[in-house]
Design a protein around this ligand. Structure first.
Ligand code: HEC
Length: 107
């Protein structure tokens, strides 16, 4: 029995690792489609903050998805410095929410 639960745990870990990876791939597709990659990379600072740092900053904060989704569409400045993120009117509400969720899930 012990061995069985250890195996289940192992497969559980493998599968959840895969899910995280798949989400990162989906995030990359969305970032590219919405032209975010002009300014953002996941793990390197470009013109805008690296997205993995954004995930760290808002980790565990209630309402972070909504807040970031709104910021993705409206743009703004002052959180990461003086650089301005222009409004991203091309982004659908659904894409803004999905990207905010995937960004916050980055680790
Ligand atoms: C022209 C460059 C540029 C583009 C294009 C751009 N960003 Fe940004 N982004 C920035 C800058 C600069 C900041 C930092 C703003 C600040 O300090 O408040 C930022 C901040 C962010 C943040 C953190 C917001 C916060 O308040 O902490 C997220 C999330 C983000 N961008 C996502 C995106 C997504 C998704 C897209 C594509 C739809 C995108 N950005 C397109 C420049 C850009």
């Amino acid at each position: 029995m012990k061995r069985l639960s250890a195996m289940l745990l192992f497969f559980g870990l493998v599968c959840s690792a895969k899910v995280v990876h798949a989400d990162t791939e989906k995030l990359k597709v969305l970032l590219q489609r919405n032209n975010c990659t002009a300014c953002h990379m996941i793990d390197k600072r470009k013109y805008g903050p690296q997205l993995i740092e954004v995930a760290e900053k808002y980790a565990g904060q209630a309402g972070a998805v909504k807040k970031l989704a709104a910021k993705i569409k409206a743009g703004g400045s002052g959180v990461w410095g003086e650089d301005m993120m222009p409004p991203q009117a091309q982004v659908s509400d659904a894409d803004a929410i999905t990207m905010a969720e995937y960004i916050l899930a980055l680790k």
